[in-house]
Design a protein around this ligand. Structure first.
Ligand code: IPD
Ligand code: CA
Ligand code: CA
Length: 267
């Protein structure tokens, strides 16, 4: 196993055990608001600090981009960390959340870990080496008929700026697919595309830490990831469209026409 991945797994499992320890004492947590519908607790912060401490003990010179503490360092290697993806679910005891750690090398996604501490499912990928779920090789689904496809999404609940565009795209997808799910952890949704539980996924306005790891998982599992316009700059824009190759193609043909003409200039 790649040494970077080894460290990422150790850090994700450590964060997962911290999260699960707090899961039994939710009523004792102090919840702070970072913005509209955007919450943070000591769980997010403690998990993130532990992840960073583990990374720093092995790779003190690497750069970090972490949701709660921001950006630090300059290096060819950047660790992109969401210590708890799905905080709202976690706070309600709704068992769908994850730890997400992606590593970029020279601006390219290189290693990925998404850990689901509820199901004890560890999703990993190394560039060029495929994607795995608990050491078993995973691939995206083979579903090619859109009326058989199960699609994941995320609602633009923090900012309503793009709500109308999302509603238009939702209309196209819901009337043609087999169903749409909104589970509440983008990192886990992407991991579920990688292992074929979902056939496609789209969301507007994600942050790099929500999707860096999940996107590499999908690519290494044989799927496609793009901007909603079809461009490759999804990590910069935060607007993501992913799926098995056929479902990705169909979703792009349904969603792209819903985008405003100035979409490219909105970043
Ligand atoms: C959120 C989750 C959610 C997605 C939001 C994210 P957080 O992350 O991934 O599914 O719809 O856009 O911000 O805030 O729970 O880490
Ligand atoms: Ca997140
Ligand atoms: Ca988070």
């Amino acid at each position: 196993m790649h040494p970077l991945l080894n460290t990422a797994i150790k850090a994700a499992r450590r964060a997962g055990s911290i999260i699960q320890r707090y899961a039994n004492q939710l009523e004792r947590l102090t919840v702070e608001s970072k913005g509209r519908n955007d919450f943070v607790t000591e769980v997010d912060r403690t998990a993130e600090q532990e992840i960073i401490a583990i990374i720093r003990s092995t790779y003190p010179d690497h750069a970090i981009l972490a949701e709660e503490s921001g950006e630090a360092g300059v290096s060819d290697y950047q660790w992109i960390i969401d210590p708890l993806d799905g905080t709202t679910n976690f706070l309600h005891g709704y068992p769908q959340y994850s730890v997400s750690i992606g590593i970029k090398r020279k601006d390219k996604l290189d290693q990925a870990v998404v850990f689901d501490p509820v199901r004890n499912e560890l999703f990993t990928a190394s560039r060029g080496n495929g994607a795995h779920l608990n050491d078993r090789r995973i691939r995206v689904s083979k579903v090619s008929k859109f009326d058989m496809a199960l699609i994941g999404t995320g609602f633009p609940f923090k900012s309503h700026e793009n709500l109308e565009i999302w509603i238009k795209s939702f209309r196209e997808i819901i009337i043609r697919s087999s169903g749409v799910r909104r589970a509440g952890s983008a990192a886990l949704d992407l991991a579920h595309v990688a292992c074929g539980r979902l056939d496609g996924f789209w969301e507007i306005g994600l942050n790099p830490w929500d999707m860096a790891a999940g996107c590499l998982l999908i690519e290494e599992a044989g799927g496609l990831v793009s901007e909603m316009s079809g461009d490759i700059n999804f990590l910069e824009t935060g607007n993501v469209l992913a799926g098995n190759p056929k479902v990705h193609e169909i979703m792009l043909s349904l969603i792209k026409p819903q985008l405003p003409t100035d979409w490219e200039n909105r970043k």
